[in-house]
Ligand binder design. Sequence first.
Ligand code: HGY
Ligand code: MN
Ligand code: MN
Length: 419
Amino acid sequence: MRQANEAANLRISGPRLLSRLEVLGRIGDTGDGGVCRLALSDEDRLGRDQLVAWMRELDLEVHIDPIGNIVGVMAGETDGPAVMLGSHIDTVGTGGRYDGALGVMAGLEVIATLREAGFRPRRPIAIMAFTGEEGARFAPDLLGSCVWTGDMSVEEAYAIKDQAGLMVGDEVRRIGYAGSAAPGCVKTHAYVELHIEQGPVLDHSGGGVAAVTGVQAITWLEATVSGEPNHAGTTPMDVRRDANYAAARLMVAARDLTKTISGLRVNSGRFRTEPGNVNVVARQAVFSLDMRHPDDAPLTHAEAQMREAAAQIAASENVTITFSDLARFPATPFDERIVSKVEAAAKRLGYPVRRMPSGAGHDAQMMAGFVPTAMIFVPSINGRSHTPDEETRSEDVIAGANVLLSVALDLAQGDMPGR
Ligand code: HGY
Ligand code: MN
Ligand code: MN
C-alpha cells in the first residue's frame, strides 16, 4: 500500500485513457468523426456493455438501477460514503467523442491508476454513467440523475415517450439495463464531473482547465401551434390560419428576446409540421424552445415575455398555441470547497486554471442538490460540441484527468465534511 503523500505524485496513463476514448468513440460511429448513441438505443447498449466490461476488469462492484444508471465502486479502507466521479455515455444525434464520455473514461482511468499503484483510498471511489443525460431522445435531459437523486420516480421516468412513441420503461428493459439496484444506493461523499467545456471560452483564452462554479438555468418547452389546413393556391391570405407562419413568428419573437435580455440564449432545434405538403397550408406545427440564462429571474421573465408574444400571435393569426414543459432546472451553484480544490489541484499540477460557469447542462446540476458537487472543464477546440467535429487536444484530456485524480484523492483521503 502506497502512502497518501506518495499518491499525490501519481499521474494517469494518457495512452490508456486515450485508447478507451477511441474504443468507446467507435461505438455508434457516424462515419464523419462523430458518434450517435441515443439514450437506450442499441448503440447505447453496446457502449454500456463495453463500460461494464471495463468496470469488471478493474474489479469494481457494479450496480445498475431501474433507469439503467451504471455505477462501479472501488472499495476503500473504510466503507463510508464514496467519492463519485461521473458523467454520461449517451450522446445527441450528431454527437462528438468527448461529451460525457470523457468524464466516465477519466473516472475509469483514475481507478486504473490507483489499482496499478496498489493504492487503496480511505473512502470508496465510485464511477457513474448516468442514463439519458442529453434528453435528445427522451426529455427531460438529466433523466438518470433525476431518478438517482429522487427528483423523479422510476414510474414517472418509465412513462416518458420518444418522438416515435416508444417508452423509456420498454426501452431500458429491451436493452437489458433495467437493473434492480435502488436509485441512490451508493452513498456519496462528493461528486466531481470532468467534462469538455463545449464552448469557446477556454480555447480562446489560452487553454488550461476550468474550475466550474455552477450551471445556468435551463427551461425546455414544446410549443404546439394549431391552425387550419387549406389549399395553398386558392385560399386568400387574409383568411388563412397558417400554423407554420405563426410558429415562425413565435420562434423569431423568442429569439428577439435575446436582444433585450442580456445573457439569454434561445434555440429552437426541433420542428415538426403537418401535413407537411408543399401545397397545403399547415394544420399544425410543433417545435422545441430551449431557453437558458445564468440567473433564474431573467429566465422567468423571458418565458413570460415569450408567452405574451404567443398570445398576441395566436390572436392575430387566428390559431391556438399551447406549451408543454420538457425540462426545467434552476441556476445551480457548485460547492465552493470543491471548486477551490479543483483550482488548487490544477495549480499544483502546473496547469493554467480559471473559474467559469457552465453554459451546458450536466448531471452535476442534479447532483449539486444531493451532495457536495463541482466540475472540471477542459477546452473544446473552437468551442465546437454536439457536432462531429467536437475535439479536445490530447494534452488537455490528460490534464483534465490528472486534475480529476488529484481532486478525487483529496476528497477520498481528506477530512472535508460531507453534507
Ligand atoms: O443540453 C445540454 O446543455 C447538455 O449538453 N445536455
Ligand atoms: Mn454532456
Ligand atoms: Mn451534451
